[in-house]
Design a protein around this ligand. Structure first.
Ligand SMILES: NC(=O)c1ccc[n+]([C@@H]2O[C@H](COP(=O)([O-])OP(=O)(O)OC[C@H]3O[C@@H](n4cnc5c(N)ncnc54)[C@H](OP(=O)(O)O)[C@@H]3O)[C@@H](O)[C@H]2O)c1
Length: 289
């Protein structure tokens, strides 16, 4: 039984999602999605902005997985040209499904600029009521953005998908704490950044020694990437990642059954991680140059 986290609306989300942005952005994702599902992935993360929802749907269809065995997310384009509901209906057609499991406001930027964030959220609540998406949530939201939504929300966002890895922990931890208090699950993207977008930093030795200990304890090789995923799992955070390599997808999925990190290892990841600040996505949302 694969690991899932409970959401505040009674549904459950698989801890690892396979993303069709970044490496697959604007590209045909069908073969990669099919390969990921065959490797054991049951959670796919798409977005209107990625320009490939049709191929995400095709990959799911090609895999022949039953609809109720796969968890599908899509996200509202930054500046919708139609009503939010109509954009989702277009997405459903492209994906070839009657509903998605999770629909997210991809970024708050346009809604904030137009003073429409609360109105957008009302439309999201309608979408959930109509069953076009089982769960609704947000992405790239700061605490202030969430507070604004919560002022009038009748449905609390189920998730907030944000860039989360140790090199943004200095600024992201207060979003994590706020979401935890409100029952909003954090989804992480960019989790592997300390390994290949910002290698040579202060957490390298921490990841290496935890990987070495877990390798000895589990009797099979554990990688620094798995240590990062384990850190997320133990914090109750969903990991949205991607890979062109089936072996790496399988390795990532296997993280759930590894022994736990110790509390000392977790605090070393957070203390050493906070010594560097490296954000790779959405700098304008966080007012960073
Ligand atoms: N909501 C948002 O605004 C937002 C923003 C960004 C991303 N996302 C979502 O999150 C998904 C994943 O994002 P991400 O790409 O940033 O995830 P990530 O988990 O940080 O990175 C995945 C990438 O890491 C590479 N990688 C893994 N281990 C490596 C290693 N040891 N050495 C070198 N490269 C390595 C993989 O390449 P290989 O192919 O070689 O394995 C893959 O391209 C996206 O597809 C999208 O669905 C959402």
């Amino acid at each position: 039984m694969s690991l899932k986290f409970a959401l505040n609306d009674g549904t459950r989300i698989p801890w690892l999602g396979f993303g069709t942005g970044t490496a697959l952005y604007s590209r045909d994702a069908a073969a990669s999605v099919k390969a990921a599902i065959e490797a054991g992935v049951s959670h796919l993360d798409g977005a209107q902005m990625y320009g490939n929802e049709d191929s995400l749907g095709q990959g799911i269809k090609d895999s022949r997985i039953a609809r109720d065995k796969v968890y599908i997310t899509t996200k509202l384009v930054e500046s919708p040209a139609d009503t939010i509901k109509n954009t989702l209906k277009t997405s459903l057609k492209k994906l070839g499904v009657d509903y998605v499991d999770l629909f997210l406001i991809h970024t708050p930027v346009t809604a904030l600029k137009e003073g429409k964030l609360k109105q957008w959220w009302k439309e999201m609540e309608e979408i959930k009521k109509e069953g076009l998406s089982k769960s609704i949530g947000v992405s790239n939201f700061t605490v202030e953005n969430l507070q604004l939504v919560l002022e009038e929300a009748t449905v609390i966002p189920a998730v907030n998908q944000i860039e989360l890895h140790p090199y943004v922990w200095d600024t992201a931890s207060h979003i994590y704490d706020f979401c935890k208090e409100k029952g909003i699950v954090i989804e992480s993207f960019g989790a592997l950044s300390p390994i290949f977008r910002a290698s040579g930093g202060p957490i390298d030795p921490v990841l290496a020694s935890a990987a070495e200990r877990l390798t000895k304890e589990s009797g099979s090789p554990v990688s620094p990437g798995q240590v990062l995923f384990k850190w997320l799992i133990q914090k109750g955070v969903v990991a949205v990642t991607t890979s062109s390599k089936v072996s790496r997808i399988k390795e990532s999925l296997a993280t759930a059954s590894l022994p736990d990190l110790t509390s000392e290892e977790i605090s070393a990841i957070e203390t050493e991680g906070s010594k560097w600040h490296k954000r790779f996505f959405g700098k304008r949302i966080y007012n960073e140059a």
